[in-house]
Design a protein around this ligand. Structure first.
Ligand SMILES: Nc1ncnc2c1ncn2[C@@H]1O[C@H](COP(=O)(O)OP(=O)(O)OP(=O)(O)O)[C@@H](O)[C@H]1O
Ligand SMILES: O=P(O)(O)OC[C@H]1O[C@H](OP(=O)(O)OP(=O)(O)O)[C@H](O)[C@@H]1O
Length: 222
């Protein structure tokens, strides 16, 4: 372990970013500069704590961590499952909670029940494939989409979708429903396996500090 080595964090842009920075601050990990939404700067350094931070698109976070360009990543469990990178998952951060589900119009329930060869559109083709082929042993045709996945059944592209459900309002407003739940999701901390060996004490102290804050928060909420 090198005392002067910077630990680099890849954080997910978008929905998870604010809660990640708020939790880090609570645990004494600071990156003030990153809060400036007007800045186009991409990488931020905390000299005092020997930390570096950058924001990336969710699916790129496990890539940075697997290759060691970041030691630590914060990313949704959906992305970890979809990307299937060689990283350690070390902590459930408890926010960004949602569910990965098979959804569609109510009438698609019968097609699922009878293991019909249906079309499944999703932003998460690997999760969809694993669920239908390995868990349900059902042959389906998977179609990759990049967003607004609920359009799939509405436009006649697919019978069902595999997508994230949080409040359920996108489904409701489009006449769709949850047909099957695949798994629950939340934000997780991932670590590069080599970084874990080289900086074990420092990374473990970080994880312990964050876990303590999360426990304090959940006690306060009780
Ligand atoms: N309602 C939700 N919809 C999507 N993701 C959610 C939701 N609630 C929590 N999440 C979590 O937040 C993570 C980041 O979501 P976000 O929408 O910011 O990025 P994204 O899905 O990659 O979107 P985009 O492609 O539009 O940038 C997801 O990977 C997921 O783990
Ligand atoms: O259950 P709800 O609270 O309605 O949230 C779920 C919706 O949010 C996400 O889409 P997002 O807003 O990320 O847009 P996208 O479809 O373009 O990825 C997800 O893909 C669902 O469409």
């Amino acid at each position: 372990m090198s005392e002067n080595r910077y630990l680099t964090f890849a954080l997910t842009k978008g929905r998870l970013a604010n809660q990640t920075l708020a939790l880090f601050e609570e645990a004494g990990i600071f990156c003030e500069e990153m809060k400036d939404k007007t800045s186009r700067k991409l990488i931020f350094v905390n000299e005092e704590q020997k930390l570096k931070f950058f924001l990336a698109k969710g699916p790129d976070v496990p890539t940075y961590v697997e290759y060691g360009a970041a030691d630590i990543g914060i990313v949704g469990r959906d992305t970890i499952l979809e990307e299937n990178r060689n990283v350690y998952e070390v902590l459930d951060l408890g926010f960004g909670k949602c569910r990965m589900c098979v959804c569609g119009p109510a009438c698609a329930g019968d097609l699922l029940l009878h293991h019909e060869r249906i079309r499944v559109s999703s932003k998460y083709p690997n999760i969809a494939k694993d669920y239908f082929y390995n868990k349900k042993h059902q042959t389906v045709d998977i179609i990759k989409l990049n967003g607004s996945v609920e359009l799939g059944p509405l436009a006649g592209l697919s019978e069902v979708i595999v997508d994230i459900v949080e409040t359920g309002s996108t489904l409701r407003e489009n006449g769709l429903e949850v047909l099957e739940e695949i798994c629950t999701l939340s934000a997780r901390m991932i670590v590069n396996p080599v970084s874990m060996q080289m900086d074990r004490a420092r990374i473990q102290a970080l994880v312990t500090g964050l876990r303590r804050k999360l426990e304090e928060e959940s006690h306060r909420a009780d």
